[in-house]
Ligand binder design. Structure first.
Ligand code: DOR
Ligand code: ZN
Length: 343
């Protein structure tokens, strides 16, 4: 069996920097035409000049013969000004701005401490048509880790979209039924990305036979009923839900550690993983809209015109890939995948 799709885009991706780019950019560029590049480097990408320099480093890592366009983002801080937004917009290279609540996840220490500190920047983004990409989790230690998304939506996201009704907002890597319901009932300015790992796994994966650091990410995997809600949304044909892998490479020793960091790597087989999830749901015919159409439409960018082909064929995911002097353990390492992208 074969499946031909318009070449997809990844609307949420971490590629890191320096030597790591060689492995991870090659994996993404093999499949995707474009990707929204997350700005959570150390130091974070807070200014347009940094984003433009980072873009050049990514382009230098694209293998010969492949076409790949990184779509850059700025990292929102308490200090981001309206002028920063105008400069970003005028560059034509910065596509969106990412809000990390300070302390919510990997490299988020410089993130926003109080959303009211960002009103001027958000006002400017609303005017400029610059989307806000949100890591929607509260950091309040009194809130149960599994409720962080739901509480963020109630406390922060709902009021934010009322205050900025024209601002385009993406609830990144939505993980809960409440998140799906919020996005579904919000105006057309509000959308969400969904990862392959949140479609394929529930929280049992973190504890299968012992603690599994390679299944730990943020927002953390949720219970099965939430996974079912994500799958229903992704395969529903709603234009509000589109592909964003949140592929997040970390060296093996940073994951297999006394304090393992958050992130699941899926760029090695992203489209194949989504195809598996959609096939399991009996909804392969919805994959192209989700992976190749709805994201571009939301961002107001042209859809890609070339095609990719997936073939129903078993292949074994490697145990690891090289990563800047270390190794990287991908999702489903050593296991069999049933779809393969044709070169
Ligand atoms: O699991 C995650 N890893 N979640 C994030 O929000 C950040 C990411 C990373 O950069 O490693
Ligand atoms: Zn991310």
């Amino acid at each position: 069996m074969e499946l031909t799709l318009t070449r997809p885009d990844d609307w949420h991706l971490h590629v890191r920097d320096s030597d790591a780019l060689t492995t991870v950019v090659a994996h993404t560029a093999r499949q995707f035409a474009r990707a929204i590049i997350m700005p959570n480097l150390q130091p974070p990408v807070t200014k347009t000049a940094q984003a433009l320099a980072y873009r050049e480093r990514i382009l230098a890592a694209v293998p010969e013969g492949l076409q790949f366009t990184p779509l850059m983002t700025l990292y929102l801080t308490d200090q981001t000004t309206a002028d920063d937004i105008v400069e970003a917009k005028n560059s034509n290279r910065v596509q969106a701005v990412k809000l990390y609540p300070a302390g919510a996840t990997t490299n988020s220490a410089a993130g926003v401490t109080d959303i009211s500190n960002t009103w001027a920047a958000l006002e400017s983004m609303q005017q400029q048509g610059m989307p806000l990409l949100v890591h929607a989790e509260v950091t309040d230690p009194d809130i149960d880790v599994f409720d962080r998304e739901k509480v963020f939506i109630e406390r922060h996201l709902q009021p934010l979209i009322q205050r900025f009704p024209q601002l385009k907002v993406v609830l990144e890597h939505v993980t809960t039924r409440e998140g799906i319901e919020f996005v579904s009932s919000a105006p057309d300015t509000v959308a969400a990305t969904i990862t392959a790992h949140h479609l394929l796994l529930n929280r049992n994966a973190m504890f299968r036979g012992g603690l599994q650091p390679h299944s730990y990410c943020l927002p953390v995997l949720k219970r099965e009923s939430h996974r079912e809600a994500l799958l229903a949304a992704a395969t529903s044909g709603s234009r509000k839900f589109f592909l964003g892998t949140d592929s997040a490479p970390h060296a093996r020793e940073r994951k297999e550690s006394s304090c393992g960091c958050a992130g699941i790597y899926t760029a090695h087989a992203a489209l194949e993983l989504y195809a598996q999830a959609f096939e399991d749901a009996g909804a392969l015919q919805q994959l192209e809209d989700f992976a190749s159409h709805f994201g571009a439409d939301f961002y107001g960018l042209p859809r890609n015109t070339d095609k990719v082909m997936l073939v129903k064929k078993d292949w074994q995911v490697p145990d690891s890939y090289p990563l800047a002097g270390s190794t990287l353990v991908p999702l489903l390492a050593g296991e069999t995948l049933h779809w393969q992208l044709q070169p």
